[in-house]
Write a protein that binds this ligand. Structure first.
Ligand code: C2E
Ligand code: MG
Ligand code: MG
Ligand code: MG
Length: 282
């Protein structure tokens, strides 16, 4: 799976894969130069849709890197490389700055649409992160509750105490918190009740085949119940068709994201209006 793959990629970044290291070092150089350039990194935004009425409950910011020679490089490829150095902090700061600027634009246009930003393990666990976040929020003039921080289960597992402390500080700013790719980690249940989070996002690997695979459906149903019993909002990722949207709706899943509703697009192409749901009522 994605989050796991990223983690594995990070781990296996060692001298015995000589060629791979060389490629990564060269990518790191390109990333460093890219971060000095104002235009190479942009954000796309993907709506989160409420399944009961088709309204947009928020948008998720997804980083896009346009490499000057290679063209588009996906975040799944470059974020794990950034994570190997402190460059990740500059990247996180860049993403937050762009996302908050966009949240301000939407607010000024009368849209109260919270923007979710993915924050990597190394950035979240940096002790200066909550303070930096407070400063960025302050200078953006965006209220805390118009921002959501998405972290993965992997971050929680790698350092539960620091994660919990950071999430408390982030929430004290009014910022919402979310656990991304839920179900792909292993010790989540032990920590879930201790985590100051508002939202749980079920990983798309379970959502993708929930209509055809009864065990995936059972996992999604359990995650929805677990989230609700803990008072959290639940989001299903990667919804690609109507039968999946309908199945999620039947399981009382609150919100969904995926190509069936909206793909990640540049800010000016995001539709924030309620959309008709092609779901049959049961
Ligand atoms: P994620 O946060 O779980 O984001 C969801 C990924 O699924 C996105 O891939 C999105 O484009 C993709 N997706 C959305 N709908 C569908 C669908 O219906 N079907 C399928 N197959 N995929 C769908 P993307 O944009 O390539 O990002 C991949 C991962 O990279 C993200 O997973 C997140 O972990 C990371 N990432 C993206 N932007 C950032 C960022 O700004 N900072 C950090 N630290 N990580 C980021
Ligand atoms: Mg995410
Ligand atoms: Mg996710
Ligand atoms: Mg995912």
């Amino acid at each position: 799976h994605e989050a796991k793959q990223q983690h594995d990629g990070f781990r296996h970044f060692s001298p015995h894969t000589g060629q791979d290291s060389t490629a990564r070092l060269s990518l790191l150089g390109d990333l460093r130069r890219g971060l000095d350039d104002a235009g190479q990194f942009t954000l796309h935004y993907q709506a989160k849709i409420r399944l009961t009425d088709g309204s947009v409950t928020g948008v998720e910011a997804l980083a896009r890197w346009h490499h000057p020679v290679k063209g588009p490089v996906s975040p799944g490829q470059f974020v794990p490389v950034l994570e190997t150095t402190s460059l990740i902090h500059r990247f996180t700061e860049r993403v937050l700055t762009i996302a908050l600027r966009q949240a301000r634009i939407w607010l000024d246009a009368g849209h109260r649409v919270p923007v979710a930003v993915n924050v990597s393990t190394r950035s979240l666990l940096d002790e200066t992160f909550p303070g930096r976040l407070a400063a960025l929020l302050d200078s953006s003039g965006v209220p805390g509750d118009m921002l959501c921080v998405e972290i993965t289960e992997y971050t929680v597992m790698s350092d539960p105490a620091t994660t919990i402390a950071a999430l408390h500080q982030i929430r004290a700013l009014g910022v919402k918190t979310s656990i991304d790719d839920f179900g792909t980690g292993y010790s989540s249940l032990a920590y879930l009740k201790l985590l100051p989070v508002d939202e749980l996002k079920i990983d798309r690997s379970f959502v993708a085949d929930m209509v055809t695979d009864p065990s995936s459906r059972a996992l999604v149903a359990s995650a929805v119940d677990l989230a609700h019993n803990l008072g959290l909002t639940v989001v299903a990722e990667g919804v690609e068709d109507a039968p999946t949207a309908e199945a999620l709706s039947q399981l009382d899943c609150d919100t969904a994201q995926g190509s069936f509703f909206a793909r990640p697009v540049p800010a000016d192409e995001v539709s924030l209006t309620r959309r008709p749901l092609p779901l049959t009522t049961s």
